[in-house]
Write a protein that binds this ligand. Structure first.
Ligand code: ADP
Length: 390
């Protein structure tokens, strides 16, 4: 059965076509600069520069590619049995993969205020796919859903209760990724009562404590700026800074949002949000880059300590996403001085985790340390396949 997975951004559309249950990827691609004068569409090795006024034209290009007889993918559109959509915010409503109906779309719209950058684009993707793949079942997989198991003691803020009733609470993000890698780790540990910390370190970054297979706490909160230091986001800061910027600098909410979201993090500390640049600069003894890396790893360590204390132990520490999977420097910095907590990595294995099936655990380490590549698209395909029950 063929399942199409879509991840729609405001000006982009990432897609993968899976054959399920074999999990084989038949097509992988990306449409970029949708709505701009020039756009680019890529599917496998096929690349075309073409303006795409909206997501519709992007999906039409994809359909054209899929139907090309020489590509040998599908003979007609009805072969796409389901489309799985990544939706960033599911609020308190969506805790499971959900078949999309008119009511579901209304609810996703109601959640626009909680994810103004993402949910509108996700809904556009859904509506366009409904138009183009009319026979297919449309399924929403929410990035917040995995974190809905976080207990109240960890998802509430100590602010007046009326705000909680309005929905101000920790939601957490990157749930599809944390779920995918923690499920793998849980299986690898081979026991039901597992204690895992997953570190999703990409442009955005978050840490999650996964207790017995369920999300128990996570570093992002009501929005995706909290927690770890990220490419351009600040992570945890003292709230007083915001009031200072309003009162003393006369800044507007939008200006502050822009600073904390787009001008902060590694970009503010080291002048780049690409970790490769920062590592190269640090190797050349650039003091700013060295400090930035130390702070980046330090923020992660604070969460590791927090979660070990909360779970009363740890079985496995997981590194994933662009930085987690590729940066031996960050993995090394995070794992340093953790002997007391039973965490240690092997320097040789850390240089080349792929040669060791991702297992970089030091022989003396109580805790397993694994590099597990994330695959959000596959997780969406798996959950979609499970929901439609075939
Ligand atoms: P996104 O959150 O946009 O999906 P990714 O998971 O692709 O991001 O991660 C992007 C980050 O991964 C960037 O900071 C990039 O510098 C970093 N990265 C990618 N490859 C490497 C590498 N070989 N070494 C160090 N960092 C890397």
């Amino acid at each position: 059965m063929k399942i199409l997975v879509l991840n729609s951004g405001s000006s982009s559309l990432k897609f993968q076509l899976f054959d399920m249950p074999s999990k084989k990827v038949l097509v992988k691609g990306l449409a970029e600069r949708i709505g701009e004068k020039t756009g680019q569409f890529k599917a496998n090795d096929y690349v075309v520069e073409q303006a795409m006024p909206s997501h519709k034209e992007a999906l039409e290009l994809l359909t054209g590619y899929l139907l090309q007889p020489e590509n040998n993918l599908i003979k007609n559109k009805n072969e796409i049995i389901a489309v799985g959509h990544r939706v960033v915010h599911g609020g308190n409503t969506f805790v499971q993969p959900t078949l999309i109906t008119t009511e579901v779309k209304e609810k996703i719209k109601e959640l626009f205020s909680l994810a103004p950058l993402h949910n509108p684009a996700n809904l556009t993707g859904i509506e366009t796919a409904e138009e183009i793949f009319q026979q297919a079942r449309q399924v929403a997989i929410f990035d917040t859903a995995f974190h809905q198991t976080i207990p109240e003691k960890n998802h509430r803020y100590a602010i007046p209760a009326k705000f909680y009733q309005q929905g101000i609470r920790k939601y957490g993000f990157h749930g599809i990724s944390h779920q995918y890698v923690s499920k793998k780790a849980h299986e690898m540990l081979g026991k039901t009562d597992s204690k895992i910390i997953t570190l999703h370190l990409g442009n955005g970054a978050s840490a999650t404590a996964v207790l017995n297979g369920q999300s128990f706490d996570t570093s992002m909160g009501f929005g995706p700026m909290n927690g770890l230091i990220m490419g351009t986001r600040s992570g945890d800061i003292d709230q007083s800074i915001i009031f200072y910027l309003i009162e003393k600098e006369g800044m507007s909410p939008q200006e502050i949002q822009n600073i904390l979201n787009k001008q902060s993090g590694m970009k503010a500390l080291a002048g780049s949000n690409d970790l490769r640049d920062i590592e190269a600069a640090a190797a050349q003894k650039d003091i700013k880059a060295q400090l930035a890396l130390e702070m980046y790893a330090g923020a992660i360590k604070k969460y590791i300590g927090n979660y070990i204390a909360q779970m009363n132990g740890l079985d496995a520490l997981i590194f994933t996403a662009g930085i987690g999977e590729n940066s031996d420097v960050v993995r090394e910095l995070v794992s340093q001085n953790m002997e007391y907590l039973g965490i240690g990595i092997d320097a040789t294995k850390n240089k080349n985790p792929k040669n060791y099936n991702g297992d970089i655990t030091h022989i003396s380490s109580k805790v397993k340390v694994w590099v597990i590549p994330t695959n959000e698209e596959l997780e969406i395909a798996l959950q979609t396949y499970k929901l439609i029950g075939q």
